[in-house]
Design a protein around this ligand. Structure first.
Ligand code: CU
Length: 151
């Protein structure tokens, strides 16, 4: 192999491994009014790959994003009302999080990291969470999202 061909194949390998391992950043907005209703995260359901991160943007003030339930081995997160917080997700499975002041209005969201290994536990966590939702019109917001998106 010529020197140039060696160099070219080396570059190809580097580029390819970058594509395979590149982790992405996604944005979830915290909104008073969104396309899916009032007091919502958008998107409320997001599927990401292992190692990706999510930036929670407090587009409207007074919201947070706090873990309700996650796969075993994952660390809970809390955005603490900061304008922008980035959380990295290294543990596969489904995560349920809420906005503390608006949880009773079903301000919550679901994150699926690669697989749905904790599907059974998550269905129970969502049922418990919905028991605390006070607004009848959005009572099943999370279970609807779950049933629609989680296979
Ligand atoms: Cu909120």
């Amino acid at each position: 192999m010529s020197k140039l061909a060696k160099l070219f194949s080396l570059i190809t390998i580097i580029l390819f491994s970058n594509v395979v391992h590149a982790s992405e950043n996604h944005v979830v907005k915290m909104l008073n009014n969104g396309t899916t209703g009032s007091m919502v995260f958008e998107p409320a359901f997001i599927k990401i790959n292992t190692g990706d991160s999510i930036t929670f943007e407090m587009t409207d003030a007074g919201h947070n994003a706090v873990t309700v339930a996650g796969p075993s081995g994952s660390s809970p997160f809390d955005t603490k009302y900061k304008p922008s917080t980035t959380v990295k997700f290294d543990v596969n499975g489904i995560y349920l999080y809420k906005c503390t002041p608006h949880a009773m209005m079903a301000m919550a969201g679901l994150i699926q990291v690669s697989d749905s290994s904790n599907k059974v536990e998550m269905a129970k966590a969502i049922e418990r969470f919905e028991g605390t939702v006070m607004m009848p019109n959005v009572k099943t917001r999370m279970s609807d999202l779950f049933n629609k998106n989680i296979k």
